[in-house]
Design a protein around this ligand. Structure first.
Ligand SMILES: [Zn+2]
Length: 119
């Protein structure tokens, strides 16, 4: 009997997308309030009655988010081309080591967009 948990985070970060044509607005340095949603799936801890403590997820995410928040994403190792797709993959790959129940990471760079990895 599995349950799905979601936890939301937000970072403010700058970026530019270096492989776009010069006249594309995203080729210029700009900022986003990125919303990050983690989805975890797993069975209940039978005694406590939850899958995992949300505080534990926050604790695991803190050092990762500190590398991204109020930073230029292009300067982060592995994020030289920080599209939302590659940001979702970067967070997933780093968080999975300590969060084996992690199923996917969603990135909303605007309220109208969402990118999820993996699918
Ligand atoms: Zn952008």
């Amino acid at each position: 009997m599995n349950f799905e948990l979601k936890q939301h985070f937000q970072i403010e970060s700058a970026r530019f997308l270096p492989h776009l044509p010069k006249d594309h607005p995203c080729s210029r340095m700009h900022g986003h309030s990125f919303k990050i949603v983690l989805t975890l799936v797993g069975p209940l801890d039978q005694k406590i009655g939850w899958v995992i403590d949300y505080h534990e997820i926050s604790k695991i995410m803190k050092p990762l988010l500190e590398q991204l928040d109020h930073r230029v994403l292009n300067e982060v190792s592995g994020l030289e081309n920080p599209t939302s797709e590659l940001l979702a993959k970067w967070i997933y790959d780093h968080a999975l080591k300590n969060l084996p129940a992690l199923k996917c990471v969603s990135i909303m760079e605007t309220p109208a967009t969402e990118c999820r990895y993996p699918v």
